[in-house]
Write a protein that binds this ligand. Structure first.
Ligand code: C2E
Ligand code: MG
Ligand code: MG
Length: 840
C-alpha cells in the first residue's frame, strides 16, 4: 500500500498527460509489486510479471479476458477491482472481512483476505489495494489492483493474537488513555458480558473513585500511564471495580509497545487479592506473634532460634539478641527428665506436634516450669523448615496444683496423708515389699473414748487432741513409714520394709506410751489412750484392702481386751469382727423386740450372811445366739449410743422389780443398777432417776447406782456435779470395779459416794497373792477411814469370805452366795427359804 499510494498519486496527477493508459501499462509492467489493471469493461489489460509469479497465471492466459478471478479463487466471484469498476463498493464487506475505505473513492480501497490461489495450490493472505484511474473528464477508465503476500506476517500475527486472546492473565491494550482491546480473561475478571461493554473507557472508570493510597483513580491512572510511557515499563498495584461493584486488587504491568507505528500501552494484570489477603494474614500473624501473651520461639530446620517474641523475652529475662542462632537448649534448667525430651522428639518426628511440661532457667537463674506446645513446620515438599514452640509459665498454676494436690492427698486438720493417698502409698509400699521380699505392718489406731472428749470438751479440744496425736504418731516412726488419718479418731501407720515382727512390737509399744502421755489442751490436762490393731504382710494378707480390714479387726480386738493395748491380727478375729457387726445390727431392734431381761445377784452381809440387796445385771436373749453376756454388747451399745435407751429401760425395770419385792414383803435394802459412761453424761439421767423413784414409790436409798472407776475419772468435775445431784435425789452411789483404775485418794474423797466395790480381780487372788491381799486390806482400811461401805465382788470360796470377814468387809457378792438369776427364780428361792424355819 505504501508503494501503491505514490503510484496512484502519480497516476492521478499525470492523468491528463498520460490519458491513453499506455504509460500506466508500461509502468505497471515494471513494478516489482504484483499488479494487474482492468479496463472499464473489466477486461484485464495489464498483468505484470510479479503478478504472474504470485498467481501462477501468465499474462498471455489472462490479458483481454475477465478470467482474472481464476488466479485467486476456486469459483467465480468478483475481485476488488471488479467491485470498483462496477461501482459495487457496498459489497466489499461481503467479500473482504477486513477493509479500509477512505471516504473518497478516488483514494482507493484497501482490503485484506485469504485467497485460495488454485493455480499455486496454496492459500495466501493478501493485502489488496485497488485504485481507480479517471480520464480528464473524471470518467473511470481503469482500475489498478496491487497485491501483496502477507501470509507470513499474518500467521505470526494470528499466533500473537491467539496468545493474547488465550492468556489466562487479563491483558489490555491502551491507546490514548483508553482501553481499545482486551482478551477474554480481562472480560471475565471484570465480570462483564463482553468487551463491548467497556472498551473505549478510561482505566479510572473501571475503578473506585479513590485508590487505597488516597490518590484519586483518574489522576493516578494518568500518572501511571505517563510513567510507563517514560520508562517503557511500569508496575504497580491497582484496585479495580467489577461489574457487580465489588473491588479487587491487581498487580498491573504497563509496557510501552509499538502497534503499527502507534505508541500503545500493553497492560497486563493479575488479581492479587489472595496474595493481599495472605500478606494481610502474615501481617496479622506477625502482630499476634509479637503481642501474644504466650512466649513464642521459632527455630530453623537445624533447631537454631530464628525468632522470639516479647513474651518470651519477658518470661525468660533474655533479649532476642541473646538467643538468636542458639539451640533452645540454652533455656533449659537441666531438670526436665531426659525421657521427656526423648518423647518430645519422637512425637515431633511422628506427628509433628508435642505438648508437655518443661523446666527452664531464667536468665536470673530462677528455675520455672512451663507448658510447651511445639509444632514442626514443613514446606509443600514435606521438608522440615521450622519448629514453632509456644510456652506458658506455669509456676503459679503449678503452685496452685501443688496446693490442691496437697489438699487432695492430705488430711486438712492434721496434715497427715488422707485415705486416698494412703491407698496409693500402701499399694506402692506393698509392691516394694513384694519385690524386696520384706515384711510390712499395717497398724490401725483408734483413740479410746475420743468421742467422750469431743462431746464433753467440744470439737475444738477434740481437734487439738487429734493434731497433737498426729504429731506424736509421726514422731514414733521413720520418715519412710506412712502415717495417715482415715477420719475421726482413726489413724493408720504403715511400717515399710520390716526386718522382723519384733520391730512392730517395739513401735506399737512406743505409740502406746507416747500417745498415752498426758496432753495439755487449752490449758487443761487430758488423758487419752490408743487401741492398736496390727496386720502383717504377707502373713495376714497381700493386698491393701485385706491388710486394712484385718488391722481394723485386730483393733476391735484390742478394744475388747480393755483398750490401751495392741493386738496382732489372727484369723479368729475375723469371725469376732463379723459377730460384732451382726450384734451391732441386731442391737438396734433388741429393745423394741423385748429381748433384754434383768438378772439379779444377791449381796449379803458379811457378818450374818443375810441378803442386804441385789445387783441388777442385764442379759440379752438373742433369738439365735441365746444369752449374750453384757461385756459383749454393752461396749457396742455405748459406741453406737443405743446404751442410753437400754440404760433407761434397765433403770425403770430394776425399780419396778424392787417395788414388787418390797410389796411382797422381802426386806431388801437396795437394788444396784450399773450406769454406763454415756448415761452419766446424759442430761436426761437425773430426771429419769427421779421419775423412776417417784413412779414406783421407792424409799431413799433403795436405789444404788454403780459407776466404774474409770468413768468417774473421765471428767471429774462434771462427774462430781452429776453425782452430787443424783445423791440429792435420794440415790446411793457406788464405785464399781474399784482398784482397776488410777483413782487418787484425794479425788475419791471429793466424790459423794457411799460404797466401794472391790474388783473381782483382787478378791480372786486374795489367798495366793500377797500383793492383792495387801491391796484389798488397804482398800478396806481406807474405805473405813473415809466412812465408805465396801462390797467385795466375785467371792467364790469360803477362804475368800473369811479373809474379807476378817478385814471387816461390809457386803459380799459372788457365786458363793448366788449367781445372777431372773427375778422369778430368786423370788421362788426366797419364798422357799422363808418356809425353812432355820432361815427365819
Ligand atoms: P459388774 O458390775 O462388775 O458386775 C459383776 C459381774 O461379775 C457380773 O458379770 C457378774 O455375773 C460377775 N460375777 C458375780 N459374781 C461372780 C463370781 O463369783 N465369779 C465370777 N467369775 N463372776 C462373778 P456380768 O453379769 O457378765 O456383767 C458384766 C458387767 O457388765 C458388769 O460388771 C457391768 O459392768 C456390766 N453390766 C451388767 N449389767 C449392766 C447394765 O444393766 N448396765 C450397764 N451399763 N452395765 C451393765
Ligand atoms: Mg456392777
Ligand atoms: Mg464390778
Amino acid at each position: 500500500m505504501v508503494a501503491a499510494i505514490p503510484l496512484r498519486k502519480r497516476l492521478r496527477g499525470k492523468a491528463s498527460q498520460y490519458s491513453d493508459l499506455s504509460f500506466t501499462t508500461e509502468v505497471v509492467q515494471q513494478l516489482v509489486v504484483p499488479t494487474f489493471v482492468l479496463d472499464a469493461e473489466r477486461s484485464v489489460i495489464v498483468w505484470n510479471p510479479a503478478c504472474e509469479q504470485l498467481t501462477g497465471m501468465t499474462a498471455g492466459e489472462v490479458i483481454g479476458t475477465r478470467n482474472h478471478w481464476r488466479a485467486f479463487y476456486g469459483s467465480q466471484r468478483p475481485c476488488l477491482a471488479d467491485l470498483i469498476v462496477e461501482n459495487r463498493l457496498d459489497e466489499v464487506d461481503q467479500y473482504y472481512p477486513i477493509h479500509h475505505q477512505s471516504l473518497d473513492l478516488r483514494q482507493g480501497v484497501h482490503t485484506e483476505n485469504w485467497c485460495v490461489m488454485p493455480l499455486r495450490g496454496n492459500q495466501l493472505y493478501l493485502e489488496i489495494d485497488a485504485g481507480p484511474i479517471f480520464d480528464a473528464d473524471g470518467k473511470l477508465v481503469a482500475v489498478v489492483e496491487t497485491l501483496r503476500d502477507m501470509t507470513l506476517r499474518q500467521t505470526a500475527e494470528s499466533r500473537l493474537r491467539t496468545i493474547f486472546e488465550s492468556s489466562p492473565d487479563p491483558v489490555w491494550i491502551i491507546e490514548d488513555g483508553r482501553f481499545v482491546e482486551c482478551n477474554d480473561a480481562a472480560v471475565n475478571a471484570l465480570g462483564y458480558g463482553s468487551k463491548g461493554d467497556f472498551l473505549n473507557t478510561h482505566p479510572s472508570q473501571l475503578s473506585p473513585p479513590v485508590q487505597p493510597d488516597g490518590e484519586d483513580s483518574f489522576s493516578k491512572a494518568e500518572r501511571m500511564m505517563a510513567l510507563a510511557r517514560d520508562k517503557g515499563l511500569h508496575r504497580f498495584e491497582w484496585v479495580h471495580t467489577r461489574a457487580d461493584g465489588s473491588n479487587f486488587t491487581a498487580e498491573v504491568t504497563l509496557s510501552l509497545i509499538d502497534l503499527a507505528g502507534r505508541k500503545a500501552i500493553y497492560c497486563a494484570w493479575r488479581d492479587i487479592s489472595d496474595r493481599k489477603r495472605a500478606e494481610e494474614a502474615l501481617r496479622l500473624y506477625a502482630k499476634v506473634f509479637e503481642n501474644s501473651g504466650e512466649a513464642i520461639l521459632i527455630t530453623d530446620s537445624r533447631n537454631r532460634i530464628i525468632a522470639v517474641n516479647q513474651a518470651l523475652e519477658r518470661d525468660t529475662g533474655y533479649i532476642a539478641r541473646d538467643l538468636l542462632g542458639k539451640d533452645p537448649r540454652v533455656l533449659s534448667a537441666q531438670r526436665t527428665p531426659r525421657e521427656t525430651y526423648q518423647t518430645m522428639w519422637a512425637a515431633l518426628q511422628e506427628s509433628g506436634y508435642w505438648q508437655g511440661e518443661l523446666w527452664d532457667l531464667r536468665k536470673d537463674g530462677m528455675i520455672y516450669p512451663k507448658w510447651a506446645a511445639i509444632s514442626a513446620i514443613h514446606d509443600e515438599k514435606g521438608r522440615l523448615t521450622n519448629y514453632i514452640a509456644s510456652f506458658t509459665d506455669i509456676s503459679e498454676r503449678k503452685a496452685a496444683e501443688a496446693r490442691i494436690d496437697h489438699l487432695a492427698h492430705h488430711d486438712a486438720l492434721t496434715g497427715l496423708f488422707n485415705r486416698y493417698s494412703l491407698e496409693s502409698r500402701l499399694a506402692q509400699a506393698l509392691l516394694a515389699a513384694r519385690r524386696d521380699e520384706q515384711q510390712l505392718a499395717v497398724m490401725f489406731i483408734d483413740l479410746d473414748r475420743f468421742k467422750v472428749i469431743n462431746d464433753t470438751l467440744g470439737h475444738h479440744a477434740g481437734d487439738h487432741l487429734l493434731i497433737e496425736v498426729s504429731e506424736r504418731l509421726a514422731g514414733c516412726v521413720r520418715e519412710s513409714d506412712i502415717v495417715a488419718r482415715l477420719g475421726g479418731d482413726e489413724f493408720i501407720v504403715v511400717l515399710a520394709a520390716l526386718a522382723n515382727e519384733m520391730d512392730t512390737v517395739l513401735v506399737a509399744r512406743k505409740i502406746l506410751t507416747t500417745l498415752g502421755a498426758p496432753y495439755e489442751i487449752d490449758g487443761r490436762a487430758l488423758h487419752s489412750t490408743p487401741s492398736i490393731g496390727i496386720a502383717l504382710y504377707p502373713a495376714n494378707g497381700d493386698d491393701a484392702d485385706t491388710l486394712m480390714k484385718n488391722a481394723d479387726t485386730a483393733m476391735y480386738h484390742a478394744k475388747e481386751k480393755g483398750r490401751n493395748n495392741f493386738q496382732f491380727f489372727c484369723p479368729d478375729m475375723t469371725a469376732a469382727a463379723t459377730e460384732r457387726l451382726e450384734l451391732e445390727r441386731d442391737l438396734r431392734s433388741a429393745l423394741e423386740n423385748q429381748e433384754f431381761e434383768l438378772h439379779y445377784q444377791p449381796q449379803v452381809r458379811t457378818q450374818d450372811g443375810e441378803i442386804h440387796g441385789v445387783e441388777a445385771l442385764i442379759r440379752w436373749r438373742h433369738r439365735e445366739r441365746g444369752l449374750v453376756p453384757p461385756l459383749k454388747f454393752i461396749p457396742i451399745a455405748e459406741e453406737t449410743g443405743v446404751i442410753e435407751a437400754i440404760g433407761a429401760w434397765v433403770l425403770r425395770e430394776a425399780c419396778r422389780q424392787m417395788a414388787a419385792w418390797r410389796k411382797e414383803g422381802f426386806t431388801l435394802q437396795h437394788v444396784a443398777v450399773n450406769l454406763s459412761a454415756h448415761q452419766l453424761r446424759s442430761p436426761e439421767l437425773l430426771s429419769q432417776v427421779r421419775d423412776a423413784i417417784a413412779d414406783f414409790g421407792l424409799a431413799p436409798g433403795a436405789l444404788e447406782l454403780e459407776i466404774t472407776e474409770s468413768v468417774a475419772m473421765e471428767d471429774p468435775e462434771r462427774a462430781i456435779g452429776q453425782l452430787q445431784a443424783l445423791r440429792e435425789s435420794g440415790v446411793e452411789l457406788a464405785i464399781d470395779d474399784f482398784g482397776t483404775g488410777y483413782s487418787s485418794l484425794a479425788y475419791l474423797k471429793m466424790l459423794p459416794i457411799h460404797t466401794l466395790k472391790l474388783d473381782r480381780a483382787f478378791v480372786r487372788d486374795i489367798e495366793t497373792d500377797e500383793n492383792d491381799a495387801a491391796i484389798s486390806a488397804a482398800t478396806l482400811a481406807l474405805a473405813r477411814n473415809l466412812g465408805l461401805r465396801v462390797v467385795a465382788e466375785g467371792v467364790e470360796t469360803e477362804a475368800q469370805r473369811r479373809f474379807l470377814a476378817e478385814h471387816a468387809c461390809d457386803l459380799l457378792q459372788g457365786y458363793l452366795f448366788g449367781r445372777p438369776e431372773p427375778a422369778a427364780e430368786l423370788t421362788a428361792r426366797w419364798h422357799k427359804a422363808a418356809a425353812t424355819p432355820r432361815r427365819q
